[in-house]
Design a protein around this ligand. Structure first.
Ligand SMILES: [Zn+2]
Length: 201
């Protein structure tokens, strides 16, 4: 195999979610059948890497110093939702149900991998925790590291007498109890909420 092809396969493999087979398929597809698509991809990568940075306030990806969400006066600046990645913001925005602001950690605490508070921008977050904030919603993932991060953040937020909440985790819509693992089911029970009848029958 030519060195250039090997190199291209290696570069694809370095991306998350792409194994050796997929990397090889992508490299051969581009070189064999989609050379223009490949050049367009290279150009889009170059352009976005040059032009996209992190919002100075919330660390979301954007092409300006301050992102559209932080700059939008209609967003509720008393609500702050803390997430792990910019992709999490996109997912929450797609629900159209949250009108506050965000903070993107850019990772999660993982003591075993040497990822501490300094590696995930806790300093930037501390600067945002002012009197104007009424509630911080912690929306880190329900993984071991996501939970460690949530607990660490809860302590920091509590010190400042700011209300702190954690998004609920449990049975997905359309899911069935019978097929739900016991950790998820336990969590769903612990995070239960009071059900109020919407109207009397
Ligand atoms: Zn922002």
């Amino acid at each position: 195999m030519a060195d250039s092809i090997k190199n291209l396969i290696d570069k694809f493999r370095s991306l998350p979610g792409i194994g050796p087979k997929s990397a090889q398929r992508l490299a051969y597809h581009i070189l064999d059948k989609a050379r223009n698509d490949g050049l367009n991809l290279a150009e889009a990568l170059q352009h976005s890497i040059t032009n996209v940075g992190h919002c100075k306030i919330c660390r979301l990806l954007c092409e300006t110093e301050i992102c559209q969400i932080c700059a939008n006066p209609k967003r509720n600046s008393a609500l702050l939702c803390v997430v792990e990645t910019p992709a999490d913001v996109v997912a929450i925005e797609q629900t159209n149900s949250y009108r506050g602001r965000y903070f993107v950690l850019g990772g999660r605490l993982s003591p075993l991998d040497g990822i501490g508070p300094n590696e995930i921008g806790i300093e930037n977050l501390r600067a945002l925790l002012t009197n104007n904030i009424e509630e911080v919603i912690i929306a880190t993932n329900p993984t071991t590291e996501g939970e460690i991060t949530a607990e660490y953040l809860a302590l920091e937020i509590d010190k400042r007498n700011i209300k702190c909440s954690r998004i609920a985790h449990g049975i997905p819509m359309g899911g069935e109890l019978e097929y739900t693992d016991s950790n998820t089911l336990e969590r769903a029970f612990n995070d239960r909420r009071i059900l109020v009848a919407k109207q009397s029958l």
